[in-house]
Design a binder for this molecule. Structure first.
Ligand code: GLV
Length: 327
């Protein structure tokens, strides 16, 4: 093959383009901070052999049908719920992603949100510019203790494990989890215990979500789920906003059926600036920054580019997503 053509759908850390150009790919880039509209993405991918995309590009049959030269799509993300895998399999397109490198950065955001919500970091801070910090009030800003509480994890994969490891090491928390499979390492090293989803809801003092978004998990945290949680519970979601129903979360917090929430992902994204969650006490929302450290984003760019380079040089990807099972 002549030099393969690669389209990069967003401004990324420079290393992605540098590696691809060095490996003699012809790169074109949507050199903007704003995401591409889907019709522009399809237009720019005409005649491309590879696409390096992000987690918010919609990758589906419309793209596959319009771009028959595409052989590989490498996403700058660990999650791939934006990609129609079955369609990619049928179109013979290989899919790459960037697991592993963002595990610690994302677990850190989950852990940080948990502490910040439990101890009122944001609403206590707001009291200062509002002028309501006048004197020491023994009964104000009372938080939740985390020491020896129960951490529940939905989706105990790599990121969930790192969150659990931190919670065990710092607060000696009991770890329970709900997964399809058993996480033997977590059971052995952290004493984690697998429970049903209902037990997870009922027993968790902090419930941290690390599952992938799919038809089974879509809005699994809804009114029915929140109503089974403890009134002191803190809900943390750093995975995908689509795992919770935002209106039901707002109502659960407003009615006191749960105590607080820390979100790095929202449903939908971006969250609208007038969303009531942003004004609620004991709620902290971040704009999807789980993997956002200099080192992690550089590594994601490196791996996303190398998936493409390896594919064209060896036929293998560094990290490939299985598309056949998706049929
Ligand atoms: C970010 O959300 C990712 O999936 O990498």
């Amino acid at each position: 093959m002549n030099k393969p053509n690669v389209f990069i759908s967003r401004q990324l850390p420079d290393i992605a383009r540098a590696l691809l150009s060095e490996a003699v790919f012809k790169c074109q880039i949507w050199d903007h901070e704003i995401p591409m509209p889907q019709n522009a993405l399809i237009e720019h991918c005409q005649g491309m052999d590879a696409l390096l995309c992000t987690a918010i590009d919609k990758i589906d049959a419309a793209l596959y049908d319009a771009c028959p030269d595409l052989k590989i799509i490498s996403t700058f993300a660990v999650g791939y719920d934006n990609i129609d895998l079955a369609g990619a399999g049928k179109a013979g397109i290989r899919i790459g992603h960037t697991p592993g490198v963002l595990t610690e950065a994302t677990a850190e955001i989950a852990f940080g949100l948990m502490v910040a919500v439990a101890r009122h970091f944001l609403d206590a801070h707001r009291q200062i510019p509002e002028g309501s910090w006048k004197y020491f009030v023994p009964t104000r800003n009372l938080g939740q203790d985390l020491q020896r509480k129960t951490l529940g994890i939905l989706g105990l994969g790599a990121i969930g494990f790192e969150m659990a490891r931190r919670c065990k090491a710092v607060y000696d928390m009991q770890i329970i989890y709900h997964n399809r499979g058993i996480n033997e390492e977590a059971e052995k090293t952290l004493g984690a215990r697998k429970v049903t989803f209902e037990e997870l809801l009922k027993q968790s003092d902090v419930l941290s979500v690390h599952a992938s978004l799919n038809a089974q998990t879509k809005e699994i945290f809804n009114q029915g789920a929140f109503s089974q949680m403890k009134e002191e519970a803190i809900f943390i979601n750093t995975a995908r906003g689509g795992l919770h129903c935002e209106q039901d979360l707002i109502e659960a917090l407003a009615s006191g059926s749960i105590w607080g929430a820390g979100l790095d992902v929202t449903n939908p994204e971006p969250m609208h600036a007038d969303n009531p969650l942003l004004k609620m006490p004991r709620v902290i929302v971040l704009p999807h920054i789980g993997s956002s450290t200099v080192f992690t984003r550089d590594e994601m760019a490196r791996i996303a580019a190398q998936n493409i380079i390896h594919f064209f040089t060896t036929g293998k990807l560094l990290h490939e997503v299985e598309t056949k099972k998706a049929h």
